[in-house]
Write a protein that binds this ligand. Sequence first.
Ligand code: XMP
Length: 514
Amino acid sequence: MENEKIIVLDFGGQYNQLIARRVRECNVYCEIASYRTDLEEIKAQHPKGIIFTGGPNSVYDPASPTYTKEIFELGIPILGICYGAQLMMHLLGGRVGRAPVREYGKIEVQVDTNTALFTDVSPSTICWMSHNDYIEEIAPGFTVTAHSAHCPAAAMQDVSRGLYAVQFHPEVLHTPEGKKMLSNFVYQVCGCHGDWKMDTFVESTIASLRAKVGNGRVLCALSGGVDSSVAAVLLSKAVGNQLTCVFVDTGLMRKNEGDEVEAVFGPEGPYQLHFIRVNAQERFFSKLAGVTDPETKRKIIGEEFIRVFEEEAKKIGAVDFLVQGTIYPDVVESGLGGESTVIKSHHNVGGLPDYVDFKEIIEPLRNLFKDEVRQAGLELGIPHYLVYRQPFPGPGLGIRIIGEVTPDKVQMVQEADAVFREEVASAGLDTQINQYFAALTNMHSVGVMGDERTYDYAIALRAVTTTDFMTAESAELPWELLGKVANRIVNEVPHVNRVLYDCTGKPPATIEFE
Ligand code: XMP
């Protein structure tokens, strides 16, 4: 069954993914396509509506991205946002120029609530504006449906042609009623019914995986992270024992993590699949002995992982399909969205296809945003703690131990990290902090324990809040919590006599220490 679809035509706006996510939150499937996409290709997808994104350019600059005017004649409703609104006006005979007053930030906008787009929206509503140009004159056939103090045409419509345009950004959370407006567009204007739901996605994906795989054999590298876990469970439900999951325990995972993964996916767990756990700890430790440079450690860990996986794959022999946990942002970020041939090159398990004997890659999560992957995980009955697991870097604790990695140091950082996680969770802060962990510095310092002088390690704690992991703020943890964690760590973890808290944001620091 084909889902109803909205196409976000991307003119280079920084919020292209946000628009698609908001539309999907309205239960309508949405994909991002480059403005370079041919009109015939757009038509062939039978979208129920099209949204033009914003973008950094000026429509009157001849080098700016544009589109054929024919798109307005398809009879498909179109919503233009910011640059997209200006482009619509420009192409249809309106006039866009430099605004006498540049609007940036949260602006009060008066909207006509008797219009489809603003139904149930407050007559005076806060909208996020960010524009240097403005619409001086709307195109023939349009009427103005919203204005602000410095923007006489903040929204406009031509109902007969199904064309709508807003100067502001309804997709960002700074526009509190923006989601309502997008929902009005997809339901009231485009006539969608809302058939994008994770329970039906899960059901139809399992059915189509079953049809695709047939009697074939499927191989999956399972890390225990949310993407590979959800992908594995979908395949397990589709083809059961035809699926083999290889889980490489690098020895660089968090405390008990290897056993936790095995408990869920191993023979004692609820899923039908062949589970292979490779205890490769010693191999990783010996490769890492004496190595201190972070990038070299990363490279060694990545290469060793591939080698171990390759050896396992050789034992299994030829398979028909290899599973990859690629998700939609990987697809969008690896080129312009919707250009479906590109695969993210720096994927965590990237490089595998060169080493493993398989015919085809399957990417069951290719169309999902991260929050949708999590929802699918819950639909599939995957334990909550696994679905909401915080991000964990591919090289694992290898980059949370500054300098040389040794089994003793791994144990220290695992114990300290377990204490920190336990206390953050019992303070009820685990859902408010996006990533938090302990790292082992290579600083030795003097301490005193009982009556004895010690010369031991310092543990650094890191906790950040972030939405995209590109920028982050150090979380303001309660002093009482930090004190308790510090106290427990120095008492419970041998050879640690000092605990530090990292107050640096990103930038200038990164989230990880190496
Ligand atoms: P940084 O340290 O760059 O981290 O601020 C941003 C996010 O990426 C994760 N990270 C990694 N993930 N391989 C990964 O798979 C890596 O080498 C790596 N380094 C950092 C980090 O945990 C954070 O979520």
